[in-house]
Design a protein around this ligand. Structure first.
Ligand SMILES: [Zn+2]
Ligand SMILES: [Zn+2]
Length: 277
């Protein structure tokens, strides 16, 4: 079984009830954080997972809403790991990830210096290893295999989705993307697809052009559903709702998905959890 928890179902626009984009995937005793948006460590704590309990951090792309709390994940893991010689945090993302991580470490350079000066058992900066990929196998350990595939979120590029396979089951995390061949290939035959979505019918009515700009590089609910149908997945899990999903309107979103996809549709608030398999 693979467990998917929507830690943060929000978007770049702050929402008092929704943390920024972040999804927790647990499989074969391993714990993967996919993207690390606003408030992620609060939700991770609510899920009973510490930053020191992560097997790896996977980043789909380098938009601010998806990496807002990268610094918090790195620093908090560092200061809350109490075993000697802690294993480095594995960070897997698209090209550019290493530069972002270096910049975050630089931004927290004073903090890192203060803590090394103050704690005798902290003698070096946060241990981490960054791996940049545009596709292929990115993780293969102890019964979990993760592959990356190219998505299309241009002009943000390159961007990647992840396919997590364990115990004979598979879950794809698409991130932000329009429908594309790379995502179709990555998702083909998977059990579940986690896809970020926007309501194009609602966003198109908003008066601000800067909001309307997002129409051309995100999938609508119907487009995500069509991707799920083409891939033959059993379950479509929607997240990253723009505009925010209003309680009571879940059926409206489900009906839009149902125009293209006949399988199970999951959506909800932060911490919504789906068992796959
Ligand atoms: Zn994005
Ligand atoms: Zn986003």
């Amino acid at each position: 079984m693979i467990e998917v928890m929507l830690l943060g179902t929000g978007s770049p626009l702050p929402d008092a009830r929704r943390a920024g984009p972040s999804t927790l995937v647990r499989a074969a005793g391993q714990t993967f954080l996919v993207d690390c948006g606003r408030g992620v460590l609060m939700r991770l704590t609510a899920a009973g997972v510490g930053a020191n309990g992560l097997s790896a951090l996977l980043l789909t792309h380098l938009h601010s809403d998806h990496i807002a709390e990268l610094g918090d994940v790195i620093i908090t893991r560092w200061i809350s790991t109490f075993t000697p010689d802690p294993p480095p945090l594995q960070i897997i993302g698209p090209p550019g990830t290493a530069a972002v991580v270096d910049a975050v470490l630089a931004a927290f350079g004073f903090d890192i210096g203060y803590r090394i000066a103050h704690h005798a058992d902290l003698t070096a900066p946060p241990p981490l290893q960054v791996h940049e990929y545009t596709g292929g196998v990115v993780w293969n350990a102890d019964g979990v295999r993760i592959t990356a595939g190219a998505t299309d979120h241009r002009p943000v590029e390159p961007t990647i989705g992840f396919r997590v396979e364990a115990d004979g089951h598979s879950v794809v995390l698409a991130g932000d993307t329009v429908p594309c061949a790379g995502l179709d290939e990555l998702t083909s035959g998977a059990d579940a697809l986690v896809h970020t979505v926007i309501r194009k019918d609602l966003v198109a009515q908003m008066p601000m052009q800067r909001i309307k700009d997002i129409l051309d590089y995100h999938s609508s609910v119907e487009q995500a559903a069509a991707t799920a149908a083409r891939a033959g997945v059993g379950t479509l899990i929607l997240t990253h709702y723009v505009p925010a999903l209003v309680p009571g309107q879940e059926d409206q979103w489900r009906a839009l998905a149902a125009t293209e996809f006949g399988g199970r549709v999951e959506l909800g608030d932060d911490m919504h959890t789906v068992q796959v398999g």
